[in-house]
Design a protein around this ligand. Structure first.
Ligand code: ADE
Length: 241
């Protein structure tokens, strides 16, 4: 039913970006999801509260110190339950797409480990991580932004999160297509008018126009998305017309 998300992070304050704004804030207020964090720095024992360590083999960059990270994860599992799915964010993981978002949204308890520095000890990945995910082929300074991207995308899949009668099923990509264009007032902006069909009040015609736009834009900008996606008869007719 509801989703509990735990995050292991050295920068918990970053998560105010999702807890304090927008759809994710409202979902938290509605109890549709819960967000908790554990900071490895709180599980250090030394005076300087050290959270990084030197890499075996040398070279530039540090690795997250093992014991504070293990203890933070242990605390998270104790609070959330051993049945939580533990996810590590890194460019080496499975690349997130809308299908992956839908799969992740089927879970009740997710623990995200946001790495910093050059990452975490490989043996921790082998022993503690259920799934490793990437948000794309580029390098971020830490896993926090990646975790927030995944949490935001997953939360909008949860029943009730989008409010009103709006559904994630109407999101761009739910149908494997790019979104259609959108327009609002005024009717003429910088000399450009709103497409006439959108003013017609003919909802069946509007739905077909939007689908045709979505198909056309996908074909032009991301043709590979259409390659392994079967087209319905209506979609084939629209593309041909
Ligand atoms: N950490 C650093 N870069 C990342 C990426 N592209 N995806 C997920 N986690 C990351």
């Amino acid at each position: 039913e509801s989703l509990t998300v735990g995050v292991i992070t050295l920068f918990p304050e970053m998560f105010t970006a999702i807890s304090d704004s927008g759809i994710t804030r409202r979902a938290l207020q509605q109890g549709i999801f819960k967000l908790q964090w554990w900071n490895p720095r709180d599980y250090t024992e030394d005076k300087h509260r050290t959270v990084d360590d030197r890499p075996y083999g040398g070279g530039p960059g540090m690795v997250m110190k093992v014991e504070p990270l293990r203890k933070a994860l242990q605390a998270a599992k104790q609070a959330m339950g051993d049945d939580s799915k533990v996810i590590y964010l890194s460019p080496q993981g499975r690349q997130l797409d809308q299908q992956g978002v839908v799969e992740l949204a089927a879970n009740n308890k997710l623990i995200f480990i946001a790495g910093r520095y050059e990452g975490i000890d490989e043996r921790l990945i082998e022993a503690e991580i259920d799934e490793e995910w990437s948000i794309g082929d580029y390098v971020l300074s830490g896993g926090e932004l990646a975790a927030m991207v995944m949490i935001d995308a997953v939360v909008r899949q949860l029943p009730g999160a989008l409010g009103h009668e709006q559904s994630a099923k109407e999101d761009s990509f739910a149908e494997g297509l790019l979104d259609c264009p959108h327009y609002t007032r005024p009717e003429v902006l910088a000399g450009k008018t709103v497409p006439e069909v959108l003013l017609s009040g003919d909802h069946s015609k509007i739905r077909r126009w939007r689908l045709k736009q979505a198909l056309g834009r996908t074909w032009q900008r991301r043709p590979e998305l259409l390659e392994q996606r079967p087209l319905s008869q209506e979609e084939q007719d629209l593309l041909a017309s």
